[in-house]
Design a protein around this ligand. Structure first.
Ligand SMILES: *Cc1c(COP(=O)(O)O)cnc(C)c1O
Length: 357
C-alpha cells in the first residue's frame, strides 16, 4: 500500500528517469481529483520545477498554500485578467493575436506569457497562419515591457499513442514555432509540448520542459509504463441480504439473480463518479476477493453479489486502489466503463470524503 505523496514521488522519479528536461506538474481539476495542493507539494518536493493549472484561480490557491515555483495557466474563459495573474504570480498562455492584443491593452505591469501555438489539434492555440503576427505583436509588447515571453507551448494531439511517428508533425511544428520566436529576437523562451504520454515514450517531444499531469497520479495514457496508483476509493457495506434465485436487483430489474446468493449495498453511485454504464466484469474487492457489481448503478448506491459470503454491515469494500490482485485499478474501471482513467479520477464527486494517507 502506498500513500498519495509517496506515489507522486515515485511517479516523478519514473518521469525523471526518462527526461533531462524540466518537469511541470500539471495539477488542474484539483490534481486530477487527488487534491491539487497535495499533489503539487509532493511533485515539487520530488523535483518538479513548475506547476500548471488551467485557471489563475487555481494558481492563486497553490500560492496561498505556499508553493513558490513558477505556475503556468492556459485557459481564460473570460479573457486574461492581467492583474489577477500578477497577483497570483502566474504565467499566462496566450493562444491568439486577439488574446494578446487584449492583454497588452490592460497590462499594468509586465506579464509573463507563453505563446501557445496550435501544433495540430485545433483545440486552442494560435493557428499556424497567424504565428508571425502573434510573434511580432509579442515582440512589440516585450519592447514596451507589457509582457515578457518566457515560453512557447504546443500540445500533442496523439496523447495516448506510444508512437514517435504520430508525434512527428507536432514536433516539427514546435521546432518551427520556437525558431520563429527566437528569430524575431525573443531570446531563450522555454519550449514545451509533451504531456505524460510523450514524456514517457518519445524523447523528441521533450524540448525544454514536459507537462505531466496524469502520470503524477499513476496514469500512463500510453499504456506502456507501470506507474504508481495514488488513490484508493472505499465504501462501507450498508445493507446485506440473502436472496433466492430469480430476484431482480436495482432499477428496472436489469439484473436477476441466477442462484440463491447474498447482496450487499455500497453507498456510492453515479453522483459520486461511479460510471452508470458498466460492463458485467465490473467488481469491487471485499476482504481479499472480487465481487461483481450487479444491476444498474443508482445515483447514490450500487449492489454487489457476494455469493455464499454474507458480509456484515460496516465491512469495507475497495472500489479501486493501487494494490492489484483482487482490488480493481482505475484502469479496470476505465475499461469497464469504456472510457479513459482520467475520467474516472476526475469524476469522483464532492461527497466522497478525501483523506491523505
Ligand atoms: C492536461 C494537460 C497536460 C497534462 O496532460 P496529461 O496527459 O494528463 O499528462 C499538459 N498540457 C496541457 C495543455 C494540458 O491541458
Amino acid at each position: 500500500m502506498q500513500t498519495l505523496p509517496l506515489a507522486v514521488t515515485a511517479n516523478v522519479a519514473r518521469i525523471r528517469a526518462r527526461t533531462q528536461s524540466m518537469i511541470m506538474a500539471v495539477v488542474k481539476a484539483d490534481g486530477y481529483g487527488h487534491g491539487a495542493v497535495t499533489v503539487a507539494r509532493a511533485a515539487v518536493a520530488a523535483g518538479a520545477g513548475w506547476l500548471g493549472t488551467t485557471s489563475v484561480a487555481e494558481a492563486s490557491a497553490l500560492r496561498a498554500a505556499g508553493l513558490a515555483v513558477p505556475i503556468l495557466t492556459w485557459l481564460h474563459p473570460s479573457g486574461i485578467d492581467a492583474d489577477a495573474a500578477a497577483a497570483a504570480g502566474a504565467d499566462v498562455a496566450v493562444g491568439s493575436v486577439a488574446e494578446l492584443d487584449a492583454l497588452l491593452a490592460q497590462a499594468a505591469s509586465t506579464v509573463r506569457v507563453h505563446l501557445h501555438v496550435d501544433t495540430g489539434m485545433s483545440r486552442g492555440g494560435c493557428p499556424r497562419g497567424q504565428w508571425d503576427e502573434l510573434i511580432a505583436l509579442a515582440w512589440r509588447g516585450q519592447q514596451a515591457r507589457r509582457v515578457r515571453v518566457v515560453g512557447v507551448m504546443g500540445h500533442l494531439p496523439r496523447a495516448d499513442q506510444a508512437d514517435p511517428a504520430a508525434n512527428a508533425p507536432a514536433v516539427v511544428g514546435m521546432q518551427e514555432a520556437w525558431q520563429a520566436v527566437r528569430a524575431a529576437g525573443l531570446r531563450s523562451p522555454l519550449a514545451h509540448l509533451a504531456a505524460t504520454s510523450g514524456t514517457l515514450t518519445d524523447r523528441a517531444t521533450h524540448f525544454g520542459m514536459v507537462r505531466v499531469g496524469a502520470g503524477l497520479v499513476g496514469i500512463d495514457p500510453s499504456g506502456t509504463v507501470e506507474m504508481h496508483g495514488a488513490s484508493r476509493l472505499t465504501a462501507p457495506i450498508v445493507h446485506t441480504t440473502a436472496v433466492p434465485a430469480g430476484t431482480p436487483v436495482g432499477y428496472a430489474g436489469a439484473h436477476v439473480t441466477d442462484r440463491a446468493t447474498h447482496l450487499s449495498v455500497l453507498p456510492v453511485g453515479y453522483a459520486d463518479g461511479i460510471p452508470r454504464e458498466l460492463s458485467p466484469q465490473a467488481g469491487v474487492e471485499v476482504r481479499g476477493r472480487r465481487f461483481p457489481v450487479v444491476g444498474r448503478v443508482s445515483m447514490d448506491q450500487i449492489v454487489i453479489d457476494t455469493g455464499a459470503q454474507s458480509f456484515p454491515v460496516g465491512t469495507s469494500a475497495t472500489l479501486f486502489g493501487p494494490d492489484g490482485e483482487a482490488t480493481p485499478t482505475i484502469g479496470d474501471w476505465a475499461r469497464w466503463a469504456a472510457t479513459i482513467p482520467h475520467t474516472i479520477v476526475t469524476g469522483i464527486g464532492p461527497r466522497v470524503k478525501r483523506s491523505i494517507a
